[in-house]
Ligand binder design. Sequence first.
Ligand code: HEC
Length: 274
Amino acid sequence: MKKTLLIALTLTTTVTIASTSTVDPEQSRQLLVDYFKKKHPDIKFENYKLGAYNYSADKYSQWEAVEDFPPYLDAIDIGEELYYKDQDIYEKCFGNDIEQVRVKYPLFNNTTNQVETLENEINKCRTKAGLQPFGWEKGKIAQLSAFYAYNSRDKKINVQIISEGDKKAFLDGQQFYTQPRGQFNLSCAKCHTYNSGKKVRANLLSPNIGHTSHFPVFRGKWQNLGTLHRRYRGCQKNMRATPFKPQSETYRNLEFFQAYMSNGIEIDGPGYRE
Ligand code: HEC
């Protein structure tokens, strides 16, 4: 990404969305929904699963054409094979209704006192059963996750925040999202909230709402399937900030926050993005 454009983005005026611990998560989510409603009155709430394709009819029709023969179909098939190969093990960890797995995560586990994500739990499950864990960002982890996502399609994201632990994880994720960092002093919010719909070079910036709905994603740029945390790392590198490890506590809390902010949006994974 070009330096000048990144710097230009840091100079645009911002609106302050509540980001302090005095705001409760539901109030924070409602503020964001209202903010986007005002900013883009023509976008229907359910269409936030389309990300940046909401902002360009041309790009949307290109996306629709790709979705006719999506490049992620093979990955779902491989994910299915992986699932049936060790079905007993996965059933022990996630239950035997494959439609209910993707939609359960992320969640805050009050016993372990941390956010659990689907990918982290898949590898924990494998390790517990004496199997090798998968790599974290692409390949088998993304393929199995794609299989689960595909089976939860059309179910709505529904992250619950009840306990103090839930709230703390949410606030930690929210703080990470809004805090400027890196060489350009950019925050995620700068691009994906305040400047969503605007262009950075050839890219239209997607909105925060719906960010987690369609992962794992097959990207044209990657030519394969990747997880949400792979995307987080990519954005942090573009911000000239040091990325965290996939499934680090920071990224798990960020996912928890972003998923909560996307409550009510349909799961649409795996997805395609350019
Ligand atoms: C300089 C602007 C910029 C910043 C800052 C930035 N991103 Fe991005 N991000 C992009 C661009 C450009 C894309 C690709 C177009 C799009 O989908 O928004 C993208 C894509 C994404 C996507 C994929 C969206 C989709 O529909 O698949 C996610 C998720 C994401 N960013 C999260 C983050 C998070 C979390 C942060 C903070 C750590 C962050 N980004 C910081 C520019 C930025």
